[in-house]
Design a protein around this ligand. Sequence first.
Ligand code: HEM
Length: 406
Amino acid sequence: MTIIGTADEILAELQTDAGRRAPYPLYERLHALGPVNLTPASPAYAAVANGYAAVDQILRDPRFVKGGPPPAPDADPITTALSNSMMFRTEPDHGRMRRAFHAAFTPRRVAALEPEITALTDDLLDRLAGLGSDGPVDFIAEFGYLLPAGVMSALLGIPAPDLDWFRTRVQRVEDYLDFGGRTPEKVAAANNAATEMSEYYASLIAARRSKPGDDLISALVQVIDAGDGDLTDEELIGNLLVLFNASFVTTINLLGNAIPPLLERPELVKALASDPAVAEACVEEVLRWDGTAQLVVRTASEDLEVAGVTIPEGGLVLVILGAANRDPARFPNPEVFDVERPDKRHITFGAGPYFCIGAVLARAEGRLALPRLFQRFPDLALASPPVQSAGLALRGFATMPVVLGN
Ligand code: HEM
């Protein structure tokens, strides 16, 4: 018999190395306790929300606040950059910046990227074939990272050779942002990374201002200079930093997390390779079953009741998207990977005012890349068990050695 324990105990287990790598049994125990659970012993959190309906309600309710004020003049570089972005600001600044981005990052711009995604996928598959011709190759480093990073470089107009430079810096910001364990070393590394990336973006903005291209940065500079976007250069830098981070630390895992469940289902892989509707269904079920964004945080701006539980004013709520996606009250047999389930409407991209701005792009990358991967390498197999990364907010594999077959 499983001992369920208290929400505080489960929350503590979630933060251990073992809990980070295998959170789903812990989510099951949270569901057994209820959709929202107070955590009085936690020094950081007042409650965890794990039920689907409760998570959805919290994300849509502006009284559960996200983000903070503009950065103080003497804030460190990482705080300054993040606090200058929509993701880390409260209303009305959040909405103001988000609108400026929407004006430039349109569905048309994403649709125009689709041929680029396909061409880049094919180039990367050629490269992978070369690397994997006589032994295992790491799918995460050699494909999972390079595709979303390449797509973002095309979108933002970042020269492709600079992507290696970005990778380590983006990771330092991600380590800083992950749930718990912010050491002085991590803070120092994130500050260096933020300084360097901010300088990089400042010079890119200056270059695009004097010679515009058809990339997103040029479009955003035009929005700023026309004065109708109500965005500053500092905010553009902060948002670019967050956008680039938010785009590929997540999509890398969408691609990676898809591989193990698909490889266990050869018939599905065949169908996926030839039928775009199956590819789309697979992407959605991967996002539900093993979503890359597992957690977000909100603060109750007053005493607020959700699912019969009162979250006290000022209390921080850990909103567990990954648990909501495995809520048995919403998804029958939630632990089963089933692309044919009639309702796969997961909450991995969030909901409400902070809903992911890149959801259409991330979905397009999965839908276009996975079929081409399996068309090219129908016998792709794991060479050894993939290694789960220790991130909890962002779930995915650190390495995944594969053999390409043939
Ligand atoms: C599988 C891929 C992705 C997942 C799972 C994901 C997930 C999320 C989630 C859960 C949020 C909301 C955070 C919250 O409510 O606190 C979010 C916001 C955001 N995402 Fe994504 N994301 C993905 C890909 C992308 C891509 C490709 C981009 C950019 C092109 C992007 C840009 C953003 C931005 C800018 C925000 C902040 C929106 C705001 O603050 O209003 N994401 N994402």
